[in-house]
Design a protein around this ligand. Structure first.
Ligand code: MN
Ligand code: MN
Length: 466
């Protein structure tokens, strides 16, 4: 009896709930409190960059443009077009031996305004939107929305943030009432609300005048915006306005073990990997935190992971330390280790049949290490080498980091990707390693506070590893 029990103990892989490990709950709750307050301040990539810049500067990181030379131990950052950041702590080792990089993304699914958004319909004013990233559209109607972004006029740039403070108005998309939705109810879920149905209600009072003119409600809205911001209708063409859920991120559950909040894909990995970098002093290998934009729409664009802006940042590090030369960056990439820190879909108890239970991520069970993403045939995955997976698991086991190895859902049920393959293309060793999320891409995503704190520790040991 005992012999078999001991043998099983020795040979089986145990599934372990992180809350049952030897942990400090106060530490976990404190970390989560700061994370929740960050989520409430940073609902767009631009707002994330602002918050992170403040945190980096408070921790003695310098803009890479400010100095001509850097030495081991120096802390630097670079902000690319207000929308993505690279931060580094220079190592003491010969830089050609490679870097330790953690890469995440700070853009999240949302509703962007079209270039000509404002129109009037039967005395109501609305905005036309164009959704950004993979959303289930029915989730975005009849929830409070807030407005964020910038408008560039002839002579200035105006920053907008409306709907987050208690005394500010919110906006919403009006769905059809159940009494009249017999036809809509019969449609497939993905067709019931179309992209062109995602029109945001923004006002209803007509401009006060005795003159016979049309579109008085639209005129009144434009007049309010003109008085407040000095803009005219044409200025929307040079704007980036994003509507996000206005709900506050909060603790979830009687035991307050979870976080519910918008934009946790992938700001939960961005926040934990940046906070971990703040603990790195005088490392042997150069530690880099990379926060990309545009992941949710394919990583293209000059602030996305495919942009050569990242190579520019690394070249600047070389220029200002050991000096650059042709081929040096390629050699460094060959010796570089990367964690692609992106969230993954966690097991959702409402849909047990979607999952292959031996190979899923479970909320509260630690960081998910994902050898390959993609769909069906592993299509589109960079697929980490066994040697590199071995290195990561040993690192985590040595440092008591809770980790799980998973895929996402049964084969053929769906799939997804991250920035991993783009970094693999450069010649680095890279593996996906992020926090499991329930209801990913929804207006109210759910994570575990244990996983958040555990990921923060995991990222710290990775940066520090020699
Ligand atoms: Mn993501
Ligand atoms: Mn995503």
């Amino acid at each position: 009896m005992e012999q078999a029990k001991n043998l099983k103990e020795k040979l089986f892989r145990k599934k372990q709930n992180g809350w049952e490990m030897n942990i400090d709950i106060n530490q976990i709750q404190n970390f989560a409190r700061n994370y929740i307050s960050f989520l409430n301040k940073a609902k767009t990539e631009r707002e994330c960059v602002k918050e992170f810049k403040k945190i980096l500067e408070e921790n003695n990181f310098q803009d890479i443009k400010e100095k001509e030379n850097f030495k081991a131990g120096d802390k630097i950052y670079y902000i690319n077009r207000h929308k993505n950041i690279y931060a580094a702590v220079i190592g003491s080792d010969d830089l050609k031996n490679g870097f330790n990089i953690i890469g995440s993304h700070i853009d999240s699914p949302r509703l962007d305004l079209k270039p000509n958004p404002l129109y009037e319909s039967e005395d109501l004013a609305l905005f036309k939107t164009h959704y950004y990233g993979g959303i289930k559209k029915y989730q975005w109607v009849n929830i409070p929305l807030s407005m964020h972004g910038v408008i560039v006029t002839k002579d200035k740039k105006i920053e907008i943030n409306i709907g987050e403070k208690d005394d500010e108005p919110i906006f919403t998309i009006a769905d059809l009432l159940p009494h009249l939705s017999k036809q809509q109810d019969k449609k497939k879920l993905e067709e019931a609300i179309s992209g062109e149905d995602l029109n945001i209600l923004v006002g209803s009072i007509p401009y006060e005048t005795d003159e016979e003119i049309s579109e008085k409600v639209k005129l009144n809205i434009l007049n309010i915006l003109n008085q407040k911001y000095g803009i005219v209708e044409r200025d929307f063409v040079s704007s980036e306005i994003e509507f996000t859920p206005a709900m506050k991120a909060k603790s979830l559950g009687f035991d307050q073990s979870l976080v519910a909040g918008y934009g946790q894909d992938d700001r939960v990995c961005a926040y934990t990997s940046l906070k971990a970098l703040l603990n790195i002093n005088n490392p042997k290998r150069t530690a880099i935190c990379l926060l990309a934009d545009k992941e949710e729409i394919g990583s293209m664009g000059n602030t996305g992971m495919s942009s050569r802006s990242f190579e520019y940042f690394l070249s600047e590090i070389l220029n200002k330390t050991i000096g650059n030369k042709p081929g040096l960056l390629d050699e460094i990439f060959q010796n570089t280790k990367v964690l692609s820190a992106d969230v993954t879909g966690a097991y959702n108890p409402n849909y047990p049949n979607i999952y292959e239970k031996n190979n899923e991520s479970y909320i509260g069970h630690g960081i998910s290490v994902i050898k390959y993403t993609g769909s069906a045939s592993k299509g589109g995955a960079s697929d980490a080498n066994a040697e590199y997976v071995g290195y990561i698991r040993n690192l985590f086991e040595k440092n008591n980091i809770a980790y799980q190895n998973s895929e996402m859902g049964k084969i053929g049920i769906g799939g997804g990707g991250t920035i991993a393959y783009i970094l693999a293309d450069k010649g680095t060793d890279v593996i996906d390693c992020g926090i499991p999320v329930i209801s990913m891409h929804s207006p109210y995503e759910i994570t575990s506070k244990f996983d958040i704190y555990n990921a923060y520790k995991a990222y710290e040991v990775f940066y520090k590893d020699e």
